[in-house]
Design a protein around this ligand. Structure first.
Ligand code: UD1
Length: 424
């Protein structure tokens, strides 16, 4: 397995171009199963997770054609299966997002219970509750879930928690249902909005995406389209913290500032300078950050996917910060590794108490999940000496050419023992 070897202590300077959003492109590719003809997706990030969903589509009978490294055409005219292979679904939780489209398009879907990052139990009960409300018959057994319905019927679904995946899966299924569907307490994440925009471009009738109530009026069929995915707000956020933690100065291009507001507010509270300039978003920091308290929440709250990275920054702050994780119950696995680098962090239930230290020290560490890996790399960038981050297969799931983008901004980082692969 590969690792990153990095020598930190260098302020990052330069321009970083942000790639397309992983969490937008995954449901969008799943949604392309709903169209009878070709969908072209542009701005695709070259990531392992994107590779996995492409393999899932291929196994279901879709024809994929890679136009260039960031553009794929999917033709789902003749699907051959409603059962994605277990070995792909187990690799990535987002594979479960093909369930809604398959159910709507083929009247049946059989999917293994998903795998993915080990950051909590992550059930799929809300997805299933939604399919049931649309008239599907659900059965489970041998680690798989089966849903069946000749034609789905519009229904009303209240989500106990605004789950991103459940909102997306139900929204996709409802596009071809008979009649009107209301999803209440829906997730408001920008990626949900991007998916709704894609579906509407295919002929769906969705209103209210980005608010707590999404209304879907079913249509008979959906057609192909060409669509560009939004930039990745978590990748952008990670580079914003890279600028701050190295006391550097980065210009981020291809970002939607609106999507970054919850993070920008916290960074500014810490003393980081963030400026919207003509060429992009400039992030600068010249001193030790101030401690702040952070509570992760569904959008537009502070994103759980930025919690490990901001913890790395807060471990170097002046003062004590409290981080409360409310979205996932087991998302502090990076803490033990940050402590190996000299961070002073105590876990109390769902809270982490971070006593800022003046400096971290280099150590060999292991990424346990995607964003934990990002946090350790950020810690390493701030540390003089050689840091080795192992388990970078997790990082490759969500960051395009991370070491190249960091190196272009002056970081000394190299990948050892593994190579990045092409999307398809
Ligand atoms: C998506 C993102 C992930 C992000 C998360 C929260 C993708 C591909 N991944 O994941 O990066 O961290 O949103 O912003 O977009 N839950 C249930 N029952 C369900 C579904 C979810 O209890 O049926 C719980 C989960 O266990 C978790 C919480 O709801 O505690 C949030 O999960 P959800 O919003 O569904 O996250 P994902 O869609 O899996």
């Amino acid at each position: 397995m590969g690792r990153f070897v990095l020598e930190g202590g260098i302020p990052l300077r330069g321009t970083v171009r942000i790639s397309g959003a992983k969490n937008a492109v995954l449901p969008i590719l799943a949604a392309s199963l709903l169209a009878g003809d070709k969908c072209t997706i542009k701005g695709m990030p070259e990531l392992d997770d994107v590779r996995t969903i492409c393999l899932v589509l291929d196994a279901l009978g879709a024809q994929l054609e890679k136009n260039d490294s960031t553009r794929v055409t999917v033709h789902s005219g003749a699907l051959v299966s409603c059962e994605p292979p277990y070995e792909l679904v187990r690799k990535m939780r987002a594979s479960f997002l093909v369930m809604g489209p398959l159910l709507a398009r083929m009247g049946k879907a059989k999917v293994s219970l998903p795998g993915g990052c080990a950051i909590g139990t992550r059930p799929v009960d809300l997805h299933l509750k939604g399919f049931e409300a649309l008239g599907a018959k659900i059965s489970t057994g041998h680690g798989t879930v089966q849903a069946e319905a000749k034609r789905l019927k519009g229904g009303r679904i209240y989500l106990d928690f605004p789950s991103v995946g459940a909102t997306e899966n139900i929204m996709m299924a409802a596009t071809l249902a008979q009649g009107e569907t209301l999803i209440e307490n829906a997730a408001e994440e920008p990626e949900v909005v991007d998916l709704a925009n894609f579906l509407n471009a295919m002929g769906a009738r969705i209103k209210g995406a980005g608010t707590k109530i999404v209304k879907i009026t079913g249509v008979k069929d959906l057609h192909g389209t060409t669509y560009t995915v939004i930039p990745d707000r978590i990748e952008a956020g990670t580079y914003m913290i890279a600028a701050a933690i190295t006391r550097g100065d980065l210009l981020l291009q291809n970002v939607i500032i609106e999507h970054l507001k919850p993070l920008i507010a916290k960074l500014q509270e810490m003393g980081v300078k963030v400026k919207d300039e003509e060429e992009g978003l400039r992030v600068r920091m010249g001193r030790r950050p101030r401690a702040v308290d952070v509570k992760t929440l569904p959008y537009p709250g502070f994103p759980t996917d930025m919690q490990p990275q901001i913890m790395a920054l807060l471990s170097l702050a002046r003062g004590t910060s409290i981080i409360i994780e409310t979205v996932f119950e087991n998302r502090f696995m990076h803490v033990a590794e940050l402590k190996r680098m000299g961070a002073n962090i105590r876990i109390e239930g769902r809270s982490a108490v971070v006593e800022g230290v003046p400096r971290l020290t280099a150590a060999p560490v292991r990424a346990t999940d995607l964003r934990a890996g990002a946090a350790l790399i950020l810690g390493g960038l701030a540390t003089e000496g050689i840091t080795e981050v192992n388990g970078i297969e997790h990082v490759d799931r969500g960051y395009v050419a991370l070491e190249k983008k960091l190196a272009a901004a002056g970081a000394r980082i190299k990948r050892v023992g593994t190579a990045e692969g092409p999307i398809i």
